[in-house]
Design a protein around this ligand. Structure first.
Ligand code: GCB
Length: 594
């Protein structure tokens, strides 16, 4: 085959890239495609170049062809998982990997449509079912749905997913990050059956500024373009019917029982069952009603000032890598609550959908972020499209989650014209998709002039500020100067500060100046707390970071390929001294969550 040696499947089929296919699916009946899959390490993308997925095993005269694969004899792995933890030889592997399995399918109704949902694959994926290429997806942290209705048969459906996690400067994130590049199908894979016409997405919430008296409802239908959709909130004894035109409908209303509406907050995370129906299709969800707003330098939750007592966290566990379990997410929130937190910054990319679902239940406010991290290719239109799509997929997925109060469009990006245009457009996009939540980004301080001057501040509602005075910049006295020199008109969240510290490494003489010791980290936290507490425009703090995490950039012998700025050890079993300092500080804060 001419050109096969240079053929780049990913570039050639770019028009088959799936852009925001995310649907509301919580109450859908789904069949799990998790479980045992075969996998082959495909360093040279040969599956894609040589079209293994077409499974042509004989020539036109029926003579057997030599094959370079034998799918069902390959080794097996459990999905979801990160391949890095499968074996030592795969630990540092970055590149192509082919996954395959077979599954049965029984049609339930004539007009049924069937989608395969992937919760998250890092970083890109091409999906084939029964010799047909269905599409590909880029971006390692958001879900995608791919229709398989026309290619399914009664049994032995072969699915092949070619995954590639090679880092690249044009990707989002780019090739250099301060976290580990796990690979794999690391979130659930599910078969979703839908009727011919179905509810694709909906949004319900309190109308901002309505004094909690009005509820809005928006719905999008796939299939039939007109008809009526119904929203019911049984506990409020309320039902409203709205018209659907061109597949969409939207309405604002005030239920007669609105006075009995209990607002959602971290201390009282009240959720209501919400039912949406359209022509025989029905979706339900558990939704909290609350309002989040910025007024001057204040952040208001349900109209009351709130201080975000937070901490940053990566999506990782020692046992499962990025494929964290729901139990692990619950454990993280329980530990954060033990530290008296009401807020968590989910850094630096969308965590799995259960993170927000569980936060809704347990009462934890969230900052959600896309991996526009450091100096990505701000002048590259393809990179922009990718970042915008990841933002769209995240917002679509979590639009009904009361816990999510901030969309963050990036972290520590250099203040260039290209970046301003790129991130300004992302801020506009976030507001277009969701006018109910503030937009933020973790900005950098001008380290020469010692002032918060990032031009992105104009485009965002809450200023995230990362600062490492006392660590990367050992001169701590600069921090108060930054605050003296800055006069922001918007609320500021200290989105990061911190210091590396090896859990259990205590200096024998109690020397608080020995770097990497618990005393050093504690001292830094004490100084930060004292300084930050005095600044009236700081409305939230999320130190870096809750627990130590894997990081290929950290080669000091005490780090041992971990970023050890955690308040907890990587397995979260050991609490460092600074954990208790934060715990005490948050307990004492006068302005608490409502
Ligand atoms: C930062 C980054 C974060 C790093 C951290 C560090 O500013 O936002 O991703 O891990 O510093 O430890 O250097």
């Amino acid at each position: 085959m001419d050109g096969i040696h240079t053929f780049d499947f990913w570039a050639f089929y770019r028009e088959k890239l799936i852009l925001n296919s995310v649907m509301a699916d919580y109450s859908r009946k789904k069949e799990s495609l998790n479980g045992t899959w075969h996998y082959g390490i495909d360093q040279y993308d040969t599956c894609l170049r040589n079209r293994w997925w077409t499974e042509v095993e004989c020539d036109e005269n029926g003579r057997a062809l030599p094959l370079d694969y034998s799918f069902d004899e390959w080794e097996t792995t459990e999905i979801p998982s990160c391949w890095n933890l499968k074996s030592e030889k795969l630990f540092l592997y970055e590149g192509g990997m082919v996954f395959t399995r077979k599954f049965p399918y029984e049609k339930h109704s004539e007009d049924e449509r069937v989608f395969i949902k992937f919760g998250g694959i890092n970083y890109k994926a091409a999906v084939f079912v029964n010799r047909t290429f269905l599409g590909m997806h880029e971006g390692g942290s958001t879900p995608f749905f791919i229709e398989a209705t026309d290619v399914l048969k009664a049994e032995d459906n072969r699915i092949i997913v070619a995954v590639n996690n090679t880092r690249h400067p044009a990707n989002v994130p780019m090739d250099n990050t301060d976290w580990f590049n796990y690979g794999g199908i690391y979130r659930d894979v599910e078969l979703v059956r839908l009727p011919g016409s179905f509810i694709k997405r909906f949004q319900v919430g309190v109308v901002p500024g309505s004094d909690f008296r009005e509820i809005f409802f928006k719905v999008e239908i796939d299939g039939k373009m007109s008809g009526t959709a119904t929203l019911t909130i049984p506990e409020l004894q309320f039902t409203v019917v709205i018209d659907i035109e061109n597949g969409c409908g939207e309405h604002i209303f005030s239920p007669p029982t609105i006075d009995s509406l209990e607002l959602w907050s971290p201390d009282a995370p009240k959720l209501y069952d919400v039912e949406v129906s359209f022509e025989g299709d029905k979706l339900t969800d558990r939704v909290g009603f609350r309002e989040i707003r910025v007024e001057g330098r204040e952040i208001l939750l349900n109209g009351k000032k709130i201080f975000l007592k937070g901490v940053c966290a990566h999506e990782e566990s020692v046992e499962n890598g990025k494929a964290v379990s729901q139990e692990e997410i619950r454990e993280n929130y329980a530990l954060a609550k033990e530290m008296n937190c009401n807020f968590m910054r989910l850094a630096h990319y969308p965590h799995c959908e259960y993170a927000a679902k569980i936060a809704d239940e347990v009462g934890m406010l969230l900052w959600e972020e896309i991996p526009v991290y450091w100096a990505i290719e701000f002048d590259n239109p393809t990179t922009y499209k990718n970042a915008e799509n990841q933002l769209t997929e995240l917002i679509t997925r979590d639009i009904n989650r009361a816990s999510v109060i901030i969309w963050s469009i990036g972290n520590e990006n250099p203040d260039t014209d290209e970046r301003l245009k790129f991130m300004g457009s992302l801020a506009d996009k976030a507001r277009e998709l969701d006018g109910t939540r503030p937009v933020s980004a973790a900005c950098l301080v001008d380290s020469e002039a010692l002032v918060l001057t990032d031009r992105l501040i104009e485009k965002i509602d809450i200023i995230g500020m990362n600062e490492y005075y006392g660590w990367y910049d050992p001169d701590f006295s600069k921090l108060p100067r930054v605050f003296e020199n800055s006069n922001p008109e918007k609320p500021v969240i200290i989105s990061e500060f911190g210091a590396d510290c090896k859990g259990g490494f205590m200096n024998k003489q109690g020397d608080r100046n020995e770097m990497f010791s618990e005393e050093f980290q504690l001292r830094l936290y004490e100084k930060q707390i004292e300084t930050l507490f005095a600044i009236d425009y700081i409305k939230g703090i999320s130190p870096w970071i809750f627990f130590d995490f894997r990081c290929p950039r950290r080669l000091h012998h005490l780090q041992n390929y971990y970023n050890i700025k955690g308040l907890l050890s990587p397995d979260k079993k050991y609490k460092k001294l600074a954990f208790f300092a934060m715990q005490k500080f948050y307990e004492k804060l006068l302005i608490t969550s409502m």
